[in-house]
Design a protein around this ligand. Structure first.
Ligand code: DGL
Length: 275
């Protein structure tokens, strides 16, 4: 089988926070980023719609010869990953791997919490799916005492519409932080369960008591992927390594290029694709 890049998928720009850390953790590897900017946000869509959209994205990335695809989107990881792994991958790519961002985050939360009281901020879709409480229960080795969640439906539009430093952003971020704190006054670990949220980190930090540890997924996912590839050397050998990153979007490439350049810290070239 021919070698290919690591596919990284998100509904929009959020997955770039993961991509950036992946490039640092796996220097020399090739990446193909796909943002479904035309159909973002996914967070308020039904289970079936998120599954269908995510499956189209995965098929696209497999057709581009990606041996491994990361769903760098919690909503897709919560609502589509299981189905894709169990129902689709055996037909469309039995020798490929599709991984999500929830399990690594959950394992990390279990490692660092001191009192076992964890909070999760996410999209409506991620919160309603209950994926975090279920996975925390399953993968934390009994370390988690309680999980509280808060859906933050305004945060992704704030990021996607470049309102990050605005008064409106501050208002909604404070509101959701106050809400989650009122659900558990003792929580010591807060998972940013949406890949868009690290872009709001300064405002989040401002409204949060300093002793609360914030988990950003970019670094966690890349740390865990490095370990995973050490164990799966056959998969690692099928990943191409020319130090190249390509960007694809379902919307205007020039808009994507200017926003992505801000997130990545250097100019990027993007191409438009139809899924
Ligand atoms: N960034 C994605 C997530 O992690 C999705 C946001 C959205 O499209 O609503 O959940």
């Amino acid at each position: 089988m021919m070698k290919g890049p690591i596919g990284v998928f998100d509904s929009g720009y959020g997955g770039l926070t993961v991509l950036k850390e992946l490039i640092k953790a796996l220097p020399g590897y090739d990446f193909l980023y796909l943002g479904d900017n035309a159909r973002t946000p996914y967070g308020t869509r039904s289970f079936n719609v998120v599954y269908q959209y995510s499956l189209q994205a995965v098929k696209y990335l497999l057709n581009q010869h990606c041996p491994l695809v990361i769903l760098a989107c919690n909503t897709a990881s919560a609502k589509a990953l299981k189905n894709i792994q169990v129902l689709d991958l055996p037909h469309i790519g039995p020798d490929r791997r599709v991984l999500g961002v929830i399990r690594p985050s959950v394992e990390k939360a279990a490692e660092i919490t001191r009192n076992g009281q964890v909070g999760v901020l996410g999209t409506v879709g991620t919160v309603v799916s209950e994926s975090y409480p279920i996975e925390l229960e399953k993968w934390s080795g009994g370390r988690i005492v309680s999980t509280v969640q808060e859906a933050c439906p305004m945060w992704v539009p704030i990021v996607e519409n470049n309102e990050i430093g605005s008064e409106g952003a501050d208002f909604f971020i404070k509101k959701n932080i106050d809400n989650i704190l009122s659900k558990d006054r003792e929580l010591d670990t807060l998972i940013l369960g949406c890949t868009h949220y690290p872009l709001l980190i300064e405002v989040i930090r401002k409204h949060l008591p300093p002793h609360i540890e914030i988990l950003e997924q970019g670094r966690i996912v890349s740390e865990k992927l490095v370990d995973y590839l050490k164990k799966k050397s056959d998969l690692a050998q099928r990943l191409s390594r020319n130090g190249e990153t390509l960007f694809r979007t379902t919307e205007y490439p020039d808009v994507f290029e200017s926003k992505a350049a801000l997130f990545m810290g250097h100019p990027v070239k993007a191409e438009n694709v139809h899924l």
